[in-house]
Design a protein around this ligand. Structure first.
Ligand SMILES: *Cc1c(COP(=O)(O)O)cnc(C)c1O
Length: 368
């Protein structure tokens, strides 16, 4: 019996009739760009995010780039990003001409450490991008306080944590302007690429709306040098259906994570995920750590259990960032995480039997 790392079909089969009906409606409507589905989804996603505004865009990376553009980040600016994030966070900073400054995480939550952020602030620092990694909310109260003290802007990267919260306040509602992704495998995923920006600022929302649509408010009149970064009607229609299921799906992820935590406690040198007392975790990923990571992954692969590594190479050691002249050992925590982390199968609809197979295989590996 194969145990897949991720099975999206389970989610989609649960709402298959609705997705097909939505496709037919969009097809018959003949409105494919910035129509009613996009504007309705934006309202619904803003409500879900507890923000005044949500703006649908083409991807998570584009959401980050437009967010940074809207708050005026550009050449000569430094932006603090986690050293252990998915590289898109840093790429967005580079695309607006600024420099990403990598800051090491806390080793219990894998999220940004407010103390280390403090140490990285220079006179050129303009913004911080906290990433709610693997689905756990960052310590947003401390980060917002720090930003206020140093006059910095905050852009949350909420690509992995739709529905998480810190101190009861939703991720994607803390920063000046916040970005998220609806890549199919995220907790809320489209059937293709998509993303959104959330904010309480009418002014920033207006800037982003203009930027995503060729810098145009009125067709064929362009006030800024904009982009084509729109969310399309079809994806918005699908997202509206899936958004209604998100809380239930997040709950299933949390239950599955809870099962793993109980069942894997005390095995070998395993380090299990830990959640900050004031944070919620929506388990986009269930990431364990072990010094024997590569051997464990090969062992599980032999038993047809799918796993992935998030992420094998930290951004500062990627070829894309060779020009920043980081060397191996410069950011030892993220480098250790890259060598020891392993993500186990976890998705809405995973069965206890499937999880038992994973747990039994991990036990067998460490007892052998
Ligand atoms: C997925 C992801 C992105 C990028 O989203 P895309 O929609 O794939 O462009 C950005 N940041 C983080 C943390 C992500 O996980």
């Amino acid at each position: 019996m194969k145990t897949p790392f991720l099975n999206l079909q389970l989610q989609h089969h649960a709402v298959k009739a609705e997705l097909e009906a939505a496709f037919r409606e969009v097809l018959e409507s003949n409105a494919f760009i910035l129509g009613e589905n996009v504007s309705s989804f934006e309202k619904e996603y803003a409500t879900f995010s507890q923000t005044k505004e949500a703006i649908g865009v083409s991807s998570g990376l584009d959401a980050l780039i437009l967010s940074l553009k809207a708050i005026g980040i550009g050449a000569g600016d430094e932006v603090i990003v986690p050293s252990n994030t998915y590289i898109a966070t840093a790429l967005a900073v580079s695309h607006v001409g600024a420099t990403p400054v990598f800051v090491e995480p806390k080793l219990d939550t894998y999220n940004l450490d407010p103390e280390r952020i403090s140490e990285a602030i220079t006179t050129n620092t303009k913004a911080i991008i906290p990433v709610h990694l693997y689905g756990q909310a960052c310590e947003m109260n401390a980060i917002i306080e720090l930003a206020a003290k140093h006059n910095l802007l905050v852009v949350e990267d909420n690509a992995q944590a739709h529905g998480a919260a810190f101190d009861g306040k939703t991720t994607g509602s803390w920063g000046n302007v916040n970005a998220t992704s609806f890549y199919p495998g995220k907790n809320l995923g489209a059937l293709g690429d998509g993303g959104a920006i959330t904010t309480d600022s009418a002014e920033l929302a207006d800037k982003v709306r203009t930027l995503r649509n060729y810098g145009s408010r009125e067709k064929y009149y362009n006030e800024t040098i904009g982009y084509n970064n729109r969310l399309d009607e079809l994806q918005a229609a699908f997202l509206r259906i899936k958004l209604k299921k998100l809380s239930e799906w997040n709950k299933q992820r949390q239950e599955a994570a809870h099962y793993y935590v109980q069942a894997l406690e005390g095995i070998g040198d395993l380090i299990l995920p830990q959640t900050h007392a004031n944070a919620t975790h929506v388990y986009h990923l269930f990431v364990i750590r072990t010094e024997r990571r590569n051997a464990l992954q090969a062992y599980l692969s032999d038993k047809e259990i799918g796993t992935l590594i998030h992420y094998p190479v930290p951004p500062h050691l990627q070829e894309a960032y060779a020009h920043l002249n980081y060397e191996k050992g410069d950011l030892p925590l993220s480098e250790t995480l890259a060598q020891t982390s392993l993500s186990l199968p976890l998705f809405p609809g995973i069965t206890e039997t499937q999880q038992q197979v994973v747990v039994a295989a991990i036990k067998a590996f460490f007892h052998a």
